[in-house]
Design a protein around this ligand. Structure first.
Ligand code: ZN
Ligand code: ZN
Ligand code: ZN
Length: 362
């Protein structure tokens, strides 16, 4: 059975388990996952209407139809004209539904209009149906993540022999953006370049600050390649790091490696997070580790599973996620180290292989 048919069959099984009558997916990664269609986010409604026990339709603005690859075994295209009301069209198809699972990122204007027409239906988030599917990557998805990871590995490596001092963050950021596209990504999702004290802000917006001798420079970047995301963080220092930076980075490297090693099948996400936190605590740095240890990755740069305290989900083969502890000392410096890891039956497998050493650059 082709993968999309398998995915839709599994979605229907999940709908049975949750007693969901209809799955309604507007533009977004769930739609892409089940149909292969990357719709444009528009004010015009695109929506897969997938009943549990009947054939699916894909409601598409007529002008977008040329972009949709028709797949009669999966869904029938129902184009709508500019003078039609697509919400009424959808509502008329699902009048009898008691429980509707609706895509988590569907615009409120669509959800509210649909709810107004279906006052007796119960709405739940579609992630209840789709997350258990998407969280386990198949071999083709792992390969895509691996290729994307290797592409950014090359960039992280190349930056080790590039000058940093005297350049603005924005200038270095532009170079990384160009390199992400040059390595075959179709899209850049983010490129954080944070120098010196700016690195103490985990999601610093790169700006005009010029890198000074002795600055640490945090580079966290990624994009989308053949549909799947890359995400890596590496640390650079212009010239020679201070002993304090060296010690903190050593502790961070140890904590990151321990958290990766902890990510075995059956371990909870919370315990992976706890491992990183405990080791940073032993170096008196836990107070500066102000975010979760990681996030899942796939069609989206951030998705389930989240590696965070309180998440009792146990890792299973095919889970793909970042392990990215960091320490952020306000007004002084910040450090983060990030790899993408896949949980496998033979142990955690890091997709990123670029050197994790603090790179001394010019
Ligand atoms: Zn982040
Ligand atoms: Zn990142
Ligand atoms: Zn990340």
């Amino acid at each position: 059975v082709p993968p999309l048919e398998q995915r839709i069959a599994r979605a229907r099984q999940q709908m049975r388990d949750l007693d969901v009558d209809i799955l309604c997916l507007a533009e977004g990664p769930d739609l892409l996952y089940l149909t292969g269609y990357a719709a444009m986010p528009l004010e015009r409604l695109t929506m897969l209407v997938l009943p549990r026990d009947a054939d699916a339709i894909l409601v598409v603005p007529r002008l977008e139809v040329p972009r949709v690859v028709e797949q009669p075994e999966l869904f029938t295209i129902r184009p709508w004209d500019e003078t039609e009301d697509p919400i009424t069209l959808v509502a008329n198809r699902i009048r009898a539904a008691r429980t509707v699972a609706i895509g988590d990122t569907t615009w409120a204007r669509f959800v509210l209009a649909l709810q107004a027409q279906l006052p007796d239906a119960r709405f739940i988030t579609a992630s209840r149906v789709t997350t258990p599917l998407r969280i386990v990557k198949d071999d083709a998805e792992i390969s895509a993540l691996q290729r994307a990871a290797h592409a950014v590995d090359e960039i992280a490596h190349a930056m080790r022999s590039r000058p940093f001092a005297g350049r603005s963050e924005r200038d270095i950021q532009r170079e990384i953006v160009d390199r992400i596209l040059a390595t075959g990504h179709e899209r850049v999702n983010f490129a954080i370049v944070a120098s010196g004290p700016n690195a103490a802000s985990p999601h610093h917006e790169s700006g005009d600050r010029v890198v000074q001798q002795g600055d640490v420079v945090l580079c966290d970047f990624g994009g989308t390649m053949a549909g799947y995301c890359s995400d890596i963080t590496r640390m650079y220092v212009a010239g020679t790091p201070t002993p304090e930076v060296v010690d903190a980075y050593d502790a961070l490297t140890i904590a990151q490696a321990a958290a990766v090693e902890a990510a075995t099948i059956g371990t909870t996400c919370a315990d992976v997070d706890g491992t990183a936190r405990q080791l940073l605590g032993e170096a008196d740095l836990a107070g500066w580790f102000i975010h979760r240890t990681g996030h899942g990755i796939g069609l989206e740069a951030h998705e389930d599973p989240y590696i965070v305290a309180g998440n009792t989900l146990r890792l299973a083969p095919g889970h793909a996620f970042s392990v990215e502890p960091g320490v952020y000392l306000p007004e002084r410096f910040g450090l983060r180290l990030e790899d993408i890891v896949v949980a496998t039956a033979t142990g955690p497998h890091r997709l990123n292989e670029a050197s994790r050493d603090l790179a001394s650059v010019g």
